[in-house]
Design a protein around this ligand. Structure first.
Ligand SMILES: Cc1cc2nc3c(=O)[nH]c(=O)nc-3n(C[C@H](O)[C@H](O)[C@H](O)COP(=O)(O)OP(=O)(O)OC[C@H]3O[C@@H](n4cnc5c(N)ncnc54)[C@H](O)[C@@H]3O)c2cc1C
Length: 401
């Protein structure tokens, strides 16, 4: 398979240091040790309870309804991985459970969005995703609680889409990586020692220096700071996203994760629901504090949209809410995976912009291949490489939520 050209001149490397142990860093550590137990893998994670990590604060959902073959293929592998997680990540016979619920996504379209929905659906079907296109009448028949007045079509994931325990996924990957021999260090990376085209050491706040043959930047919303330690600018910024957990007397039979044409989403969470949306660009500066939640967004945008789409949601109550950061790639809202042309032994796996949890398994597998083989072996992720940013070739994924 074609992949990043072998100008990297990497071979099997003895010491890999991963900065950040969220879903991306832990998946990379797991696949590295699984594929080659001779490689030493050190993950440096400053927040081992994951109190601020996006992986623990997300909506923890997976879908196949993307508009590019690569995004779909990454999620197809994601669901395959999640379905078999007990077997793959068991430690000493104990199988982790992430409570995967394949309740489906329901993407809704108004007349102006129908052509795109149909085009995406054709691609998803061609690649083997189990998505059904529904016209207005079938939407109403299948989801009788839905207001379809302004809709013309919808696309529903019959299987392969749904939600799970995101924190559980990170813990399961981390524990398995550790069981396979990866070492986790609770410390803050504060500097990278760079000599010419190579990073030779990773320095932490406790004054330790970890020598490395390869370093991976898996620092999530803080990736830009870590990249800057290597003298590299990556267009990834911390953009706060709030989630609201609401209770309601509404009884919504077979409720999926619904994506309204406005971008507002909701899904069941036990007997309650969670919901959210992205703020408008003028209200979306970098680095807003995580201990605050955007209540105005709920009052002004989310609730009115929910009540319009599902009249039973006129009655609902916010039970609790939280915020996490999208590690937002302002260039094209998709992951940047691979090396930067100026530094040979530094791999980036950043900027997932709201769909990184589901892309964790495919990213871990791909990055481990890049490190161990100098190229992608299974799924070619080179379309997500750093080059596209430097050459101004956006990876256009129409279904970014
Ligand atoms: C509200 C919300 C909803 C979301 N919903 C979904 C969804 O439904 N489906 C989906 O697929 N994705 C979703 N996402 C996106 C997903 O959560 C992220 O893309 C994914 O978790 C990114 O994983 P990560 O490992 O890169 O980042 P993180 O989980 O943030 O891990 C990065 C880690 O790096 C550590 N770190 C940073 N800098 C340093 C340093 N200098 N030294 C040491 N450690 C460091 C941090 O402590 C952190 O733990 C959502 C995100 C949010 C915020």
């Amino acid at each position: 398979m074609s992949a990043d050209p072998l100008r990297l001149e990497w071979h099997v490397s003895s010491k890999v240091v991963v900065v950040g142990g969220g879903v991306i860093g832990s998946s990379i550590a797991y696949f590295l040790r699984l594929s080659d137990p001779t490689v030493s893998v050190t993950v440096i994670e400053r927040d081992p309870a994951y109190t601020r990590s996006s992986s623990a604060l997300s909506a923890a959902s997976i879908r196949q309804q993307f508009s590019t073959p690569l995004s779909i293929q990454m999620s197809l592998y994601g669901i395959e991985f999640l379905r078999s997680i007990g077997e793959r990540l068991k430690v000493d016979g104990a199988k982790p459970s992430i409570d995967l619920h394949e309740g489906g996504y329901l993407f809704l379209a108004t007349p102006s969005g129908e052509a795109t929905l149909r085009e995406n659906h054709a691609l998803q079907k061609r690649l083997g995703a189990d998505i059904t296109l529904l016209d207005k009448r079938s939407l109403g028949a299948r989801f009788p609680w839905l207001n379809t007045d302004d809709l013309s079509a919808g696309a529903f994931g019959e299987s392969g889409e749904g939600w799970f325990d995101g924190y559980g996924l990170v813990q399961a990957l981390r524990k398995k990586a550790q069981a396979l021999g990866a070492r986790y260090i609770a410390d803050d990376v504060t500097a990278l020692n760079r000599e010419g085209r190579r990073i030779t050491g990773v320095v932490t706040s406790r004054g330790e220096t970890y020598a490395c043959d390869v370093i991976v930047n898996a620092a999530g919303a803080w990736a830009r700071r870590v990249a800057s330690m290597a003298g590299i600018d990556i267009p990834v910024f911390a953009r706060r996203r709030s989630i609201f957990n609401v209770s309601s007397p509404a009884r919504l039979e077979r409720c999926p994760l619904l994506i309204d044409p406005t971008g507002v989403y909701f899904r069941p969470e036990g007997a309650t629901f969670i919901c959210g949306t992205s703020p408008s660009p003028d209200k979306d500066p970098d680095d807003l504090p995580l201990d605050e939640v955007d209540h105005a967004l709920f009052d002004d945008v989310i609730w009115p949209t929910l009540a319009h789409r599902v009249p039973q949601f006129e009655a609902l109550r916010v039970e609790h809410c939280w915020s996490g950061y999208y590690e937002y790639n302002v260039f094209d809202q998709n992951a940047i995976i691979g090396h930067h042309p100026d530094v040979d032994n530094c791999i980036f796996a950043n900027g997932f912009s709201g769909h990184g949890l589901q892309q964790g398994p495919a990213t871990g597998r791909g990055v481990s291949e890049l490190i161990l083989h100098g190229r992608y072996v299974t799924l070619d992720l080179s379309a997500l490489g750093f080059d596209r940013v430097l050459e101004n070739r956006p990876f256009v994924e129409k279904n970014v939520v």
